[in-house]
Design a protein. Structure first.
Length: 304
């Protein structure tokens, strides 16, 4: 079987969307987003949806798993896995190529490895026990699980507690079987050197703030999404919500957010290296390579 799935991955601010949509156009494909926050409606600038990039030479590229849940909802990897399979089979049934685009390593690995996941119920008593612990203590607990599925949800206590709750449930319960379609993926990554990546992140943050990212958060709060729910999503929504609600100054928001995104990008690259160590063959492209050369290289790999 030749490749039936194309995956474009990389850290934040590496230009994944542009490459993915151009490849989708050339390969008669459709995009499946693998971004844990682009799921939510109304969270556009902060998640970097860049919907305008889904039109190439006047051709609209269809996309899936973007804007499928209301802001405030707690979408999870189990739901993503189910929704991904539906999108993959739908696209494939129409003789088009599924093109995955995203940087959420946990989501990518869950579908590429076909993890047998289960819907984990909430355990309020257990949550209450963890609530008194610091974020650092929660991190130690989370990393104590041998078969850790998720080591990235450490931005807030609420996310860390939920991650521990999930790992605890996995450890105590057998995983269910899930029918999974046969996939032969070609994985392509975009990579910049560390300093270039940092510069691109800082530049993009400034551009998004100018484009109205603060106003986006204000609008979400006015629409009824709670500050607590927005902070749950981390990164832009955590720091901007704290700024809008008067908890921190603008300068504190900007510097804290800039550092947090740099750290997030580092964690993303760490996850991708872990994927490689576990057997995923990622073909890395130099981020500074012109777009047409990136496209030509991917075509060469795909048709080899």
């Amino acid at each position: 079987m030749r490749y039936n799935l194309l995956v474009v991955l990389g850290a934040t601010a590496t230009g994944k969307t542009s490459l993915a949509v151009n490849l989708a156009k050339d390969f008669n494909g459709e995009i499946i987003s693998a971004d844990s926050r682009q799921i939510y409606r109304g969270m556009d600038l902060g998640t970097g949806k860049d919907i305008e990039e889904y039109v190439v030479d006047g051709v609209e590229i269809p996309y899936h798993l973007i804007d499928v849940a209301d802001a405030g909802y707690k979408y999870n990897v189990f739901e993503f896995q189910q929704d991904f399979v539906k999108a993959f089979e739908d696209i494939s049934s129409r003789k088009r190529l599924p093109v995955v685009c995203g940087g959420t390593g946990m989501y990518l690995e869950a579908v590429l490895k076909g993890y047998k996941l289960i819907a984990v119920p909430k355990d309020q008593f257990f949550r209450d026990e963890l609530e008194s612990k610091s974020l650092e203590e929660l991190e130690v607990i989370l990393r104590s699980y041998k078969d850790l599925h998720n080591n990235s949800d450490l931005e807030t206590k609420k996310r860390a507690i939920r991650a521990i709750e999930i790992e605890r449930y996995y450890a105590a319960n057998p995983q269910i079987d899930m029918e999974y379609p046969e996939m032969k993926p070609l994985l392509v990554g975009i990579k910049f050197d560390r300093e270039s990546r940092r510069d691109r992140i800082s530049l993009r943050l400034k551009e998004r703030l100018k484009s109205g990212m603060v106003e986006e958060v204000e609008g979400l709060l006015k629409s009824g999404v709670s500050a607590e729910d927005l902070i749950y999503y981390g990164l832009e929504y955590k720091f901007l919500t704290q700024y809008v609600t008067g908890q921190i100054t603008y300068d504190e928001m900007f510097s804290g957010l800039e550092i947090a995104i740099h750290q997030f990008a580092k964690r993303q690259m760490t996850w991708f290296r872990k994927m490689e160590r576990s057997g995923s063959n990622i073909h890395w492209l130099d981020g500074y390579m012109p777009l047409d050369e990136k496209i030509a290289k991917v075509k060469e790999l795909f048709n080899a």
